[in-house]
Design a protein around this ligand. Structure first.
Ligand code: IPE
Ligand code: MG
Length: 230
């Protein structure tokens, strides 16, 4: 969800106003995904590297998270959304950690859409913590064991990854899980990413041929891809 700062700057507003608008955009996107039958949506809200931003912006983002949780959970629950937070909770304040746990508890019975919010998350952090967990249990580090130990093990790998804001990079998001994802880059700033933009991304995705390492002929002959080697 990139581009909140630029959205605000274009309007001569403080960066935090852009993040506020970003929350509105996320709420719209979640609703649109529910309406379109998307079962899993994973968003990158705060990266392990975002701590390096000015203190005022970091504390503003934490405050925004707390406010959004308090406000949105009832509606998310009504819409059948199960919220999960993915990331290093150790680095978060106790009140933020409590807020996350409360939102998870309040929505845990829902199954229409799993909304995973990556917060204090990094793809490298996730791979490293999964390897460390296996090592601590004395288990061999295989692909399938790692898959099960990742913080995002509760959802399948994403079919489609959307990055807004014009940059064409992953910036440490889903490094493991995006191995075979289709990557869609939008020049829209996140607060401007609306239902029409989502539909454009989904339409583009629908036209992709997913080969998982196989040939086009094999795919067109309807041969199922071999499961990725564990
Ligand atoms: C939002 O966009 C991403 C977050 C870290 C919350 P940015 O804050 O990176 O916006 P730009 O890139 O400065 O426009
Ligand atoms: Mg940015």
């Amino acid at each position: 969800m990139d581009g909140n700062g630029r959205w605000a700057r274009q309007r001569l507003l403080p960066r935090l106003a852009g993040h506020s608008q970003g929350v509105e955009s996320l709420r719209r996107c979640v609703r649109a995904c529910v309406a379109r039958g998307v079962r899993a949506l994973t968003v990158f809200a705060f990266s392990s590297e975002n701590w390096g931003r000015p203190a005022e912006e970091v504390s503003g983002l934490m405050g925004l998270l707390a406010k959004a949780l308090a406000r949105e959970v009832p509606e998310l629950s009504r819409d059948g959304v199960c919220v999960r937070f993915v990331g290093d909770r150790e680095g978060l304040s106790e009140s933020v950690r409590n807020g996350l746990a409360q939102a998870e508890r309040a929505t845990q019975g829902n199954s229409r859409l799993v909304l995973s919010v990556c917060f204090n998350y990094g793809g490298r952090w996730d791979i490293a913590q999964a390897a460390a967990a296996l090592a601590a249990r004395g288990e061999p580090i295989t692909e399938s064991a790692l898959c099960g130990a990742l913080a995002l093990a509760h959802v399948p790998d994403p079919d489609l990854v959307i990055r807004t804001g014009g940059e064409k990079r992953l910036s440490n998001f889903l490094l493991w899980q995006a191995a075979y994802s289709e990557l869609f880059f939008s020049d829209l700033l996140w607060p401007d990413f609306d239902e029409a933009a989502l539909d454009a991304a989904l339409d583009w995705y629908a036209g992709r041929e997913r080969r998982f390492g196989r040939t086009s002929e094999q795919v067109r002959a309807g041969l199922e891809p071999e499961p990725l080697r564990a």
